[in-house]
Design a protein around this ligand. Structure first.
Ligand SMILES: [Zn+2]
Length: 339
């Protein structure tokens, strides 16, 4: 009797063989161009909103920085809020960072606020209030509310359960049936947030980076692969192989993109960021993006950076910790790299 385990292994190996053959038969530039188009097509297209004018919702003076909240829209009929953190006294020429949270209660979780918007004076959770860490180092930070979390959960889910952690399932499944993906929507909104960041008078458009944690890492790498305005990238709690992470562990459905593995494994897709500076951070005890997969992915990405002649532009930090942000090297690296 033949088992389906064998079928899955064989299909996976055949996909890898296909990637290697494509890599051998093409120039690096042509392979990158093909993969970029494949990624863009796989995550799906959302009609851009050309007419929405950003609305400032609040402006609060905090310890060492200003926190604004703005309303933006990336696609007609849907808007979202984002926090913008500006270093105190910063008027122009500053680096800007797109900060993307993972599963949790939304952008408030990374700007030092509780779900109700009041200040969080307790010990930070796995997101470590990382947007605050970045603004305190001198970067202007935009932290959009990723669709599906916090106040961006669907009414359809909240009516059934007011404590539902996310709307990832309903959003992902319905969008997939329409030939789109939740990743595609999240990336479109991230890119809109980035455009707004670049338009701010405090920001130098030539010094733009992104930092994403976990599901936010997925959005960060895809946004950077598709948008050359992003000059430096920090991925934390995300880098791995598909095989060792989303195939080995039950992950949220928003991690799965139909057809993407026929084009490349995750390390090669992350390698689309090369030759731009890239920092990969992961906890040794991260059980959903395991250490072994991180090491394999990092080695493959390192090979890509060597191929492009810029091995020094890739940095990694495997820190003692779980599925969480460390930032012990990454925060300063990002400021230095964009500086
Ligand atoms: Zn999810």
């Amino acid at each position: 009797m033949w088992k389906a385990d064998d079928l899955l292994s064989r299909l996976y190996e055949e996909a890898l063989q296909g990637h290697r053959a494509a890599g051998r038969s093409q120039s690096r530039e042509s392979r990158k161009s093909d993969l970029t188009h494949a990624l863009k097509a796989a995550i799906g297209h959302f009609e851009p909103n050309q007419h929405h004018v950003p609305i400032r919702l609040e402006r609060v003076e905090c310890d060492g920085y200003i926190r604004e909240r703005v309303e933006l829209s990336a696609t007609p009929g849907l808007s979202f809020a984002a926090y913008v953190l500006i270093p105190a006294g910063g008027s122009s020429g500053l680096p800007g960072v797109l900060a993307l949270h993972g599963h949790g209660y939304g952008s408030r979780e990374i700007v030092g606020l509780l779900p109700d918007g009041s200040p969080d004076h307790g010990k930070p959770g796995i997101h470590q209030h990382f947007a605050v860490q970045l603004v305190k180092r001198g970067m202007v930070v935009i932290a959009p509310d990723v669709v599906g979390f916090g106040e961006r959960r669907l009414d359809a889910d909240l009516l059934k359960n007011p404590d539902t952690p996310s709307s990832c399932f309903r959003l992902s499944t319905q969008l997939m049936m329409l030939g789109k993906t939740l990743t595609g929507l999240r990336v479109a909104e991230a890119v809109r947030a980035l455009e707004y960041l670049v338009s701010r008078p405090e920001v130098d458009a030539g010094r733009i980076g992104t930092m994403g944690f976990s599901g936010g890492g997925l959005i960060s790498y895809a946004a950077a692969a598709l948008d050359e305005q992003i000059k430096a990238v920090v991925l934390t709690g995300f880098t791995n192989t598909f095989k060792d992470s989303i195939f080995a562990v039950n992950h949220c459905i928003d991690n799965y993109t139909p057809g993407l593995l026929t084009h490349a494994e995750l390390p090669e897709l992350i390698g689309l960021i090369a030759p731009r500076p890239l920092f990969l951070e992961s906890g040794k005890n991260d059980r959903i993006f395991p250490e072994e997969g991180f090491k394999q992915a990092a080695a493959k990405i390192q090979a890509i950076y060597e191929l492009e002649g810029v091995p020094e532009k890739l940095q990694t930090d495997l820190f003692p910790g779980k599925h969480e942000i460390s930032g012990r090297i990454a925060y300063d690296w990002l400021m230095r790299t964009l500086g």
